[in-house]
Design a protein around this ligand. Structure first.
Ligand code: 13P
Length: 253
């Protein structure tokens, strides 16, 4: 089963609108317009419009938000709806990132509501899952990942999985410089795919793209992407520099 590689930049709370414009100019010139991969950039909300302007109708680079409300509209001060994200030019939305889960108390039930709301608005969720070091060391890895997948994907039809990307991000590898080894990531992502097969059938699981995230750098991307169940990356720190993000893309093609 061939799956198109998908490399996404999660800028987290970095990059003002002006910095976004400065990033995009050299970045878009650093690889051919059409690539064998889908490339996604997820700036903060306030920089989305500037990024959309810089990207134009780029054939390979799409825009994502880093979060959204599960509500459609109304009295929800400080929140942003799926329709707003679509209108500003987003094709994707990152949901359930470990920082949202651990720092802002998001659990699988609200993440599940967000997945439904995103799909209903025509956005493609990049659904993040991952275990802490304590959970891995305590033998809870498979339990935690299967719970996150079952909870976040409750009520999702098998056909809708074509629009969902899973990002496996071990919490202990995020921003720590401590990448999962290619073997660790492969073994875990093969497990993630087996859970998807139980939930949606083997054909759907075989077609679902699963990214790895956690200290991905130009120097480790090629070895990670060579693993059969790693279909791309969700990159934090190394995506803030246009040269290093472009190097990660080149190493992944
Ligand atoms: P780093 O690449 O900085 O480890 O961040 C990974 C991440 O959380 C992407 O969503």
């Amino acid at each position: 089963m061939s799956r198109k590689t998908i490399i996404a930049a999660n800028w987290k709370m970095n990059m003002t609108p002006s910095e976004t414009a400065v990033f995009l100019e050299p970045f878009l010139q650093s690889f051919p317009e059409a690539t064998a991969a889908d490339i996604v950039i997820a700036p903060p909300f306030v920089s989305l419009a500037k990024a959309a302007e810089g990207l134009g109708a780029h054939p390979a680079v799409a825009l994502a938000a880093q979060n959204m409300s599960h509500e459609a509209s109304g009295a929800f001060t400080g929140e942003t709806s799926a329709a707003m994200l679509g209108d500003v030019g987003c094709a994707y939305v990152i949901l359930g990132h470990s920082e949202r889960r651990s720092l802002y108390g998001e659990g699988d039930s609200v993440i599940n509501q967000k997945v439904h709301a995103a799909l209903a608005a025509g956005l493609k969720p990049i659904l993040c899952i991952g275990e802490s070091l304590e959970e891995r060391d305590g033998g809870q890895l498979e339990f935690v990942l299967s719970q996150q997948l079952e909870g976040s994907l409750a009520g999702i039809a098998a056909a809708a999985m074509a629009d969902i990307v899973i990002a496996y991000e071990p919490v202990w590898a995020i921003g720590t410089g401590r990448t999962a080894s290619p073997e660790q990531a492969q073994e875990t992502q093969a497990y993630v795919r087996s859970v998807l097969a139980n939930l949606f059938g083997g054909k759907v699981a075989g077609a679902t793209r699963i990214q790895y995230g956690g200290s991905v750098k130009p120097g480790n991307a090629a070895e990670l992407i060579s693993q059969p169940d790693i279909d791309g990356f969700l990159v934090g720190g190394a995506s803030l520099d246009p040269t290093s993000f472009a190097e990660i893309i080149r190493a992944s093609l």
